[in-house]
Write a protein that binds this ligand. Structure first.
Ligand SMILES: [Zn+2]
Length: 307
């Protein structure tokens, strides 16, 4: 066996291996994942060197926003499509609550890392925030969208400025190395700065129920899925305080995972194939009650840097 190292706690003993199929598009290609027996982080064992091909161009037409060849933005657009067209709530715009928890002031310097089209920043700009920067390596080009709203074609490690508030919405798990990514994020915060990371997490009931069919494994696009303990460990290691954790899972974890169990992909989904409204509402209620007891399959982590 190759040498194993947990991407977050560096434990050297490997846990059980799960063979996970690519199911978003239904190619069926298999990828190996394992779960760290110490910190609970799920990680991919041999991720593809060239990830771009797992975000097929043919599917970009799902997007209603400006199109270009970028993986994470595509993902967000796809989820936005699910939200807008099918009424699903994985990416329900709840930024009011995020900004409140982050105590984001109108004069704060605010960054959205993995911003995709910049939709969230655009909406914030309309609300009067005016020091907004979006970063995404897959943008076609850097662009000034408006005075006080700039998008930069840069990856996390190319950013040089510092910020009062940084947000990372479902982009962290698309980064290869969570430890160095977190170190970089902590380094980009100004004193007393706040960081929000929203990500799937490994303690959810959905992982226990569905295992290799759990939709949020999203093989091979997700390099890893942290546990709450792993996020706490990263904070401590890099000098941040984890001051709030909110579970924000939705019905998506159930109906989409059940689809995967039945061997059905998510692309090309027709609204008529979705579960009936009553089932969806029952799944949504179940998600809410799991969130209350810390067993939802995704969460929002709020961190603070000492002043
Ligand atoms: Zn670990």
């Amino acid at each position: 066996m190759d040498t194993f190292n947990c991407l977050i706690c560096y434990h050297e003993k490997q846990g059980p291996v799960y063979e996970v199929k690519e199911m978003m598009f239904g190619t069926g290609e298999r990828f190996s994942y394992t779960q760290c027996p110490r910190c609970g982080t799920i990680q991919q064992l041999s991720p593809p060197a060239h990830m771009g091909r797992y975000y097929p161009v043919a599917y970009y037409s799902f997007s209603r926003l400006h199109l270009s060849t970028l993986p994470v933005r595509w993902m967000k657009n796809f989820r936005f499509f699910l939200y807008r067209t099918l009424g699903l709530s994985l990416f329900r715009p709840v930024y009011g609550n995020w900004l409140k928890q982050l105590q984001a002031g109108k004069n704060d310097r605010i960054a959205d890392i993995g911003c995709g089209s910049g939709q969230l920043l655009y909406e914030m700009h309309a609300c009067g925030y005016h020091h907004l920067s979006g970063f995404d390596p897959f943008l076609e080009d850097s662009v000034r969208v408006a005075r006080g709203l700039d998008l930069f074609k840069m990856d996390l490690y190319q950013i040089k400025e510092a910020f009062d508030v940084i947000m990372v919405h479902h982009a962290f798990e698309h980064m290869k190395d969570p430890d160095s990514a977190f170190a970089q994020l902590a380094g980009l915060l100004r004193p007393a700065g706040r960081l929000l990371i929203r990500t799937p997490i490994s303690e959810g009931e959905a992982w226990t129920l569905f295992r290799e069919y759990w939709v949020q494994l999203d093989a091979p696009r997700h390099y890893f899925i942290p546990s709450v303990g792993a996020m706490t460990l990263l904070a401590r290691r890099h000098g941040l305080e984890l001051f709030r954790t909110e579970f924000d899972s939705t019905s998506f974890q159930f109906w989409a995972s059940r689809r995967y169990q039945e061997g059905k992909s998510l692309s090309g989904i027709d609204p008529a194939q979705l579960p009936p409204a009553e089932q969806m509402q029952a799944d949504e209620r179940k998600a809410r009650s799991l969130n209350k007891v810390g067993k939802g399959d995704q969460a929002a982590f709020y961190f603070r840097k000492p002043g």
